[in-house]
Structures are given as C-alpha cells and as structure tokens.
Write a protein that binds this ligand. Structure first.
Ligand SMILES: Cc1cc2nc3c(=O)[nH]c(=O)nc-3n(C[C@H](O)[C@H](O)[C@H](O)COP(=O)(O)OP(=O)(O)OC[C@H]3O[C@@H](n4cnc5c(N)ncnc54)[C@H](O)[C@@H]3O)c2cc1C
Length: 428
C-alpha cells in the first residue's frame, strides 16, 4: 500500500515517500515482538533511496518526562521505540517545573516507595545523560504556632517509616540557609530527601542520550492526531507500532477525548516566577517551603493539627487559598531563583497570568527569606493533569493502546517508577 508523499517536518531537507509494509504481522502479541533488534529505526531507505516505514515495538506520544521515562524502560527491555512530539523539543510541564524530586513530600508506603525507586533511576540516568542533579534538601519553615505544631507532629509521626525528618529549633535555622527572616520564624523541619535536577536541560539531554545510546527515534514537530491498534496517524504520515503509549500530559482533547472525559481528569494551571541570577554568587541551598505547603503535601496529611492549620489559613491567607498558592523557592544552576506557584483547576486552567498572584507569592516568600535580588525576571504558566486522589491515570481503550498520565502534579518525582511498571506489564 502506498501513501501520498508527506512532508516530514523534523527533517525538511529530505524528499520523502512513505511505503508501508503489509499489516499481517501487526500486534499479534506484544510479547512476540521483543526480538526486534535494538537500534532499529522507524524509517530506512530502500535500494531506490525511498523512505520505507518499518514497524516499531513501541510508539510514544509526547517527549515530556513521562514519554521519555517510557522510552527508557522500553529500550532497556530490548524493544524498538519511536517518540513523537508536536513541538521542536519538550515544551510542556516537564520543562516548566521546579525540577524537584520531592521524595520528602510523599505519604509513607506506596507513594514514598515509588519516589525512592524513581530517585534511584534518576541518579543513574542523570549520570549517563549528563544532567545536572544534586541533593538540595528541603526546609519547611514555620511562622505561626499552628505551623510549628504541624511540623512537630509530622516529625514525631514519621520517625520509622522511611522518611528522614529533623525538627529544627529557631536557633538551628541559620545552619540550613542564609538570609532567613529569623525574627519571624519559630522553627522548621529539615529533610535531606529533596533533589534538584535541571528541568530546563533534562528532557533534551535524555532525548539525545536515548537517541545516541539506545537507538530511540525521535520525531519532533510531528503531531499525532489519531491512534488505533497498530497505527499512529501523524502530521508526517501513518506509522505502525506494536503498542502505542500516549504521554501527552494535560493534552486530553486530541487523542482519546471520550476516555479522558469519563475518567474525570481535569487540568491544573500554575503560575511560576524566576529572579535574575543572584548577585555575588549568593547561594540558596535547600528548597524553601512554608505553611501553605503543609496543607497541600501528603507528608502532613495525618497530622492531627492540620485542621487547625487549615482554619488559621482560611482566616489569614484567604487570598492565597483563593489562588491555590503555596510557596516553593529553589535555586537553579545559573544562580537564578525559581519561585511558585498558584493552582487553578478545570475551567479556570486557561486564565491569563496575574500580577496579583505574583504579588501574593513574592510577599509570602519575603516573610520567610530575603533574596538579595527579588526582581521578577521571568514568569510563565505551566499545566498538568489533575485527578484528585490518583497519582497516575492509565487508560487502555483498546488492545495495543494506552495513555499514562501523572495526575498528582509530581511527574518529575514519579515518572521513572510509574513507567517502569507500565513497561514491565507490557513486556512481560
Ligand atoms: C509549574 C509546575 C511545577 C511542577 N513542579 C514539579 C516538581 O518540582 N516536581 C515534580 O515531581 N513535578 C512537578 N510538576 C509536575 C510535572 O512537571 C508533571 O507531572 C510532568 O512534567 C508531566 O510530564 P508529561 O510528560 O506527562 O507531560 P508534559 O511535560 O506536558 O509533556 C507532554 C508532551 O506531549 C506532547 N503532546 C501532547 N499531545 C500530543 C500530540 N497529540 N501529538 C504530539 N505531541 C503531543 C506535548 O507537546 C508535550 O511535549 C510541576 C508541574 C508544573 C506545571
């Protein structure tokens, strides 16, 4: 069967014609396809110089961290992999976040185990792919007695469950970060379990490494507009795949809209800020978080005084709560400080950026720490999928097709572990 010539925008210099092999061997059984040689690409030239499409074991839609995580595990399982992304490079939540591997924020049990497993994989992959990653640690600061009470309970409750928390008195705080607003602070909670990866370089470096070391094929600037068992319809023509995994982040409208709608998943919009490079090499070592994070993170969910803290916040932080603000600050490798964030769900997830949100975030941060340069040099919006009470949503509408979406806002922390499970199930 011959398809019409199709522009292949990723490499526009080639004149291409797609020729499809017959579909009789399509998707017999995923297991049976594991023999496909590593380094097989999705396209090769025949003896007349025409491009011929070959089938891959796994096609992945989306080159964000979830798509890349699936590509890594599939390639490691010996499967041939092609990744499609409509952008010239990953451009979604995966390059718009804090780069926080937030092991500390997880509830003990399955969530914590997933974050720890993913961290181990990050350490391996960052080394091989050349991604900047370091243990920054995480400092929760208390300014109100209700916050201090929650920190004390959290430290007591999480003694022997895999967390490594240390309650800090006010006098200890300067050992952990400079420029803290000491007079306003009552104490803190320290955890070494927060790692900072360079989120702006991670996706592209992982893609380069996968291409180089694992023979994964990347089709950037290619939109996928239809997926059925065995075929992937794209703006560059139809591709064939034994299994297709959709990792489109918060993009639900194009592919499987009905299945996504039925799942109840929605979108969340976050507003983020960045300062200029801080002067004179000033360093902020840990992630800094305050009371507003205590009422958001699973780590604190079982603290008896959480309800009292919520009531306090409703009385004194109504404007912050209205915009779903909790404040995190961390330093990038270049010395700038990334600060966030607000949360707007559902229909509100397409709102314009707001100066009021900037003001609320920066004023709350200023109550905890004085940055040498708190000018806002950059601001952006990021979006992720959200489904209350669910960490990762997997939809499998037909044989050979699935969609895997992080729905807890922590894809950087969990993607490598979630994808490992998906590929293990797939490849047997
Ligand atoms: C502001 C912000 C801060 C965050 N901070 C953290 C943090 O510090 N730590 C943490 O663990 N998590 C954090 N998260 C969550 C984390 O970033 C996300 O869970 C994760 O990046 C989701 O990855 P993804 O690959 O599913 O989606 P994305 O990164 O959004 O990637 C989806 C990709 O799919 C492509 N795509 C979609 N549809 C199609 C199609 N039809 N055809 C072709 N391509 C398509 C898009 O172009 C995009 O590149 C944050 C998120 C945001 C928004």
């Amino acid at each position: 069967m011959k398809a019409a010539p199709s522009p292949f925008r990723a490499q526009p210099s080639h004149k291409e014609e797609f020729e499809f092999v017959e579909p009789q061997d399509l998707c017999q059984s995923f297991q049976a396809q594991r023999h496909v040689a590593l380094n097989q690409t999705t396209r090769r030239q025949d003896d007349k110089g025409r491009y011929v499409m070959t089938k891959v074991d796994v096609a992945i839609v989306g080159a964000g961290i979830m798509g890349l995580a699936h590509a890594i595990h599939a390639a490691r399982a010996g499967l041939s992999v092609a990744v499609f992304d409509r952008s010239a490079e990953a451009n979604g939540a995966s390059v718009r976040n804090f780069g926080m591997l937030a092991v500390v924020a997880q509830a003990p049990g399955a969530q914590l185990a997933s974050a720890r497993r993913a961290l181990g994989l990050w350490q391996e992959i960052a080394l091989q792919a050349g991604i900047s990653m370091h243990r920054a640690g995480c400092l929760f600061l208390a300014r109100a007695s209700q916050e201090m009470q929650v920190l004390e309970e959290c430290a007591a409750l999480n003694k022997d469950n895999g967390h490594a928390l240390e309650l800090l008195t006010k006098s200890k705080l300067p050992d952990y970060a400079d420029n803290l607003n000491h007079d306003a602070l009552l104490g803190g909670l320290w955890s070494p379990d927060a790692w900072k990866v360079d989120q702006r370089q991670a996706s592209s470096r992982i893609a380069d490494w996968l291409r180089r070391e694992h023979g994964v094929t990347f089709h950037f600037n290619v939109s996928v507009h239809g997926v059925t068992s065995g075929t992937v319809e794209t703006s560059a023509g139809t591709f064939r795949a034994g299994h297709t995994i959709m990792c489109g982040g918060d993009e639900f409208g194009t592919l499987l809209p009905d299945a996504f709608r039925a799942s109840g998943v929605t979108r969340c919009q976050l507003q983020m800020l960045r300062t200029p490079v801080q002067p004179e090499g000033w360093r902020l070592k840990p992630f800094i978080l305050g009371g507003l994070s205590m009422t958001r993170y699973s780590l604190f969910a079982s603290c008896p005084s959480l309800a009292a803290l919520k009531a306090y916040q409703e009385a004194y932080y109504a404007e912050h709560l209205k915009h779903g603000i909790h404040v995190i600050a961390c330093q990038e490798a270049d010395g700038s400080i990334t600060i966030g964030d607000s949360h707007a769900y559902g229909d509100a997830a397409d709102a314009a950026p707001s100066n009021e949100i900037d003001r609320l975030i920066m004023s709350d941060l200023a109550g905890m720490i004085t940055l040498p340069d708190a000018t806002i040099a950059d601001r952006w919006i990021g979006r992720y999928a959200h489904l209350l009470g669910t960490d990762a949503l997997t939809l499998a509408p037909e044989q050979g097709v699935c969609a895997v979406t992080m729905t807890n806002g922590q894809g950087m922390t969990h993607a490598f572990a979630v994808a490992e499970g998906v590929i293990r199930d797939l490849a047997g």
